[in-house]
Design a protein around this ligand. Structure first.
Ligand code: C5P
Length: 400
């Protein structure tokens, strides 16, 4: 992947994995990027600035001033210069400071001044990774728009085995390069995305719903927006902010409302991604008043089948429109997903299996296999939903 003319700030904090950052730096430089290394004081205990400056062909920045000349290093300039800021390794301490606005070294002041995309590749021991404080800080960073490149499981420097090893440089490179590569390729295109659950009312205060958080659909809308597309985001009830970009959000509650919004907007779109977890059934009638417990010992709820939105769009689909669905399966995954793609006239289906840990509802990560009606299969490793979304958009709409 080409990164010619791109400016990358590589932030190195103090962890054993700092040695891997040398390789990451080489990959960025080889791809044509200009790289400025910023290292924390602790980082220098693990890797020498001389190695880094000779590979990046720039002096490594660590202190606010150069001691002998008194030259001041402007973190603001660095922040404005960066197309991407990549913190690798990101230690628990650096993650904590980034999440809480503590700016006590050059890496952190540069981070707080960065307008470009920020990535963090955590590296730490497994108990530190699992600690509630770390997970809380990571959630804050994700909400701040930082893309967390999840660590791998394996043998750690402590000898313990678990999650916490920094992701391999090749993978970090791929994620950053995909985000930086010609980002506006879908300019002039419009896509519909359905996201979140639907709520089917039983009475004015109760509903049938499901655990969908909407995170995957929102990540897809964001990735489409980042690629320059216009997005109509038809969203069930979720508590997520609308992603930045040219995104028109239409809030709906029930499957029927979602269907109506989709039928209205699909004809003017180049494609749709049906990511919503639509309730399969809705109460046949919605009671006008709250159903009172005192009066009834047992109640029977009559349910009727909801319309299938993706199948409806599949039947409406015109040549040139691309339709993408999701399949969450627990058994005979491949067979069921292929069957769904055919039945609903989809062009692509993203399969997640409930057998995979970290995949599916409410998590920040997902593991999918992308199947195309043409017979293609791409299996992705466990990644953040942001990364999954970006790679899906690349595969389905950009590279094809
Ligand atoms: O059949 P199943 O619900 O497993 O299919 C999942 C796919 O179909 C998803 O893309 C989902 O958004 C879509 N779907 C829909 N309307 C429904 C049920 C599912 O659009 N009523």
């Amino acid at each position: 992947m080409e990164l010619k003319g791109k400016h990358i700030v590589l932030g190195i904090s103090g962890g054993i994995a700092a040695y891997k950052s040398v390789h990451l730096l080489r990959l960025f430089v080889k791809a044509g990027a200009e790289v400025q290394v910023v290292i924390t004081p602790n980082g220098k205990e693990f890797i020498t600035p001389v190695t880094l400056s000779s590979l990046s062909r720039r002096p490594v920045i660590s202190e606010f001033f150069t001691a002998n000349t008194g030259e001041w290093h402007s973190h603001v300039d660095l922040g404005l210069w960066a197309d991407a800021f990549v913190v690798a390794p990101a230690t628990a301490s650096t993650i904590g400071k980034m999440a809480n606005g503590i700016a006590d070294n050059m890496l952190l002041t540069s981070y707080f001044s960065t307008r470009g995309k920020v990535f963090a590749a955590p590296a730490m021991d497994l108990d530190m990774w699992l600690h509630r404080a770390t997970q809380r800080n990571l959630a804050t960073l994700r909400a701040d728009g930082v893309e967390i490149i999840e660590p791998e499981a394996g043998e750690l420097a402590s000898g313990l085995v678990g999650k916490g090893r920094m992701e391999e440089p090749e993978r970090i490179f791929e994620v950053v390069a995909a985000a930086l590569a010609s980002p506006r390729q879908l300019k002039g295109r419009r896509y519909l995305v359905t996201a979140g659950p639907t709520y089917e009312n039983i009475d004015p205060v109760r509903f049938i719903g499901n655990y969908s958080s909407g995170k995957m659909g929102y990540a897809l809308a964001r990735a489409l927006g980042e690629a320059g597309a216009e997005v109509v985001l038809v969203s069930g009830p979720v508590s997520l902010p609308t992603p930045e970009g040219d995104i028109r959000r239409i809030d709906v509650t029930s499957a029927r409302e979602m269907l109506a919004a989709c039928e209205m907007h699909f004809p003017e779109c180049d494609g749709a991604i049906c990511c919503a977890a639509v309730a399969d059934y809705a109460p046949a009638v919605c009671a006008e008043k709250k159903v009172k417990r005192e009066k009834l010992d047992r109640i029977t709820l009559e349910l009727v089948k909801n319309p299938d939105i993706s199948a409806t769009l599949g039947a409406m689909k015109k040549p040139g429109q691309t339709l993408v669905g999701f399949a969450l399966e627990t058994d005979s995954e491949m067979e069921n997903a292929l069957g769904k793609m055919k039945r609903k006239n989809l062009d692509w289906i993203a399969l997640n299996s409930l057998r995979d840990k970290g995949a599916g509802f409410r998590t920040d990560t997902n593991k999918i296999t992308l199947l195309s009606a043409g017979g293609g299969t791409t299996e992705y490793p466990l990644m953040s939903k942001e990364e999954v979304a970006r790679l899906m958009i690349e595969e389905i709409f950009i590279s094809k």
